[in-house]
Write a protein that binds this ligand. Structure first.
Ligand SMILES: Cc1cc2nc3c(=O)[nH]c(=O)nc-3n(C[C@H](O)[C@H](O)[C@H](O)COP(=O)(O)O)c2cc1C
Length: 324
């Protein structure tokens, strides 16, 4: 299976399935001498893990990071960094009675079509546990770009609505907005590796993400040039723009303004409500999904959006050092 590696100079490969013994990441291309402790990695992982309030799944996952290589005396050595997190709260029995059914909204049918074989316990590589490796890698990437500040937040829906749909055994979608401050002008590349294209690809690689827009985004389709253009001004010898409809980049290259983008997440596919589906032999069936699931994926995706943005920017920062 290809498609497990992300990045050019700062390159990560995530590995593992939701119901296997562990998940993890190998980071290659990290410069030597970066100070990093297990605590730094744990801090990021703790923000990602479930069971942290009424709005997430009650599944408790300890998600303890173990560093296997690439760090000596709390400093990166320049060799591949390998981080492992054991899976120890997986309840495979939840999946036994639906092993021959394709769950609506999940990758069960498409994985079978691609590989002809599938680990039916949970989502396998499509599970959100895969994102642990991305978040662990971001804990290290963050140290390479310490002045760049990345903050994502949920802007839709409100917590009350999430609790309401949860009580109904249903789920709901959500919208995350991410703002990145202190980005130097000049990051990104033209054409195929435009910074907006890389961010879009990174965000749409997060399980359950369905939409991406930057700056004025989809609204720009209804705007006039006179409204959407950001006027340039010089302030204290620094070129800035009066508005930021471009979302902090033009021609795929950062302009020094805040990068602002939004990511739409679909409602969680696993719902307690009975649904129509098909079994692996092609018979029409109904399915009732058991187990503990997030009522709104977007709530838990916040640190993952920040992590993916950080991985793109770290990679682009290292690339820019080779240019100028
Ligand atoms: C943090 C996070 C938690 C998730 N938790 C669940 C969950 O509890 N139940 C579920 O059905 N999907 C969950 N998902 C989404 C599925 O992994 C995803 O929708 C599924 O694999 C199908 O892939 P696609 O929606 O990207 O096409 C979660 C995603 C993220 C990012």
């Amino acid at each position: 299976m290809s498609g497990n590696t992300f990045g050019n100079l700062f390159r990560i490969t995530t590995w593992g399935e939701s119901h296997g013994p562990a998940v993890g990441v190998v980071i290659d291309g990290c410069p030597a001498g970066i100070k990093i402790t297990e605590k730094d990695i744990q801090k990021e992982l703790d923000r990602r893990k479930p069971g942290q309030g009424k709005l997430t799944t009650p599944r408790k996952e300890s998600d303890k990071a173990e560093i296997l290589s690439g760090i000596f005396e709390e400093k990166t050595t320049g060799t591949p960094i390998s981080i492992l997190v054991r899976n120890n709260n997986q309840q495979s029995k939840d999946y036994k009675n639906i092993k021959n059914l394709y769950r609506p909204g999940h990758a069960d049918f498409t994985y079978d079509m691609k590989y002809g074989f599938r680990d039916y316990r949970g989502g396998g590589r499509a599970s959100a546990r895969e994102t642990i490796g991305r978040v662990a890698a971001y804990a290290i990437a963050k140290k390479i770009i310490p002045t760049i500040k990345i903050n994502a937040k949920l802007i839709e829906p409100n917590p009350r609505l999430i609790e309401e749909v949860k009580k109904q055994g249903d789920s709901i979608g959500g919208l995350i907005e991410c703002t990145i401050k202190n980005v130097p002008a000049g990051l990104g590349s033209p054409v195929f590796d435009k910074l907006d294209a890389r961010l879009a690809g990174a965000m749409l690689s997060i399980p359950g993400s369905k939409g991406f827009e930057i700056g004025s985004g989809f609204k720009s389709a209804q705007m006039r040039g006179s409204e959407n253009n950001d006027a340039l001004v010089s302030e204290k010898k620094k070129v800035i723009t009066k508005t930021n409809n471009s979302g902090g980049m033009l021609g795929g290259i950062s302009n020094g303004m805040d990068i602002v983008f939004r990511v739409a997440f679909k409602p969680t596919s696993s719902i307690a409500i009975k649904q129509q589906t098909v079994d692996t032999k092609g018979n029409n069936k109904t399915i009732e999904i058991q187990g503990r699931h997030d009522p709104c994926i977007a709530v838990r995706a916040i640190p993952i959006v920040e992590a993916m943005a950080g991985l793109v920017l770290t990679d682009e920062y290292l690339i820019q050092k080779t240019v100028k």
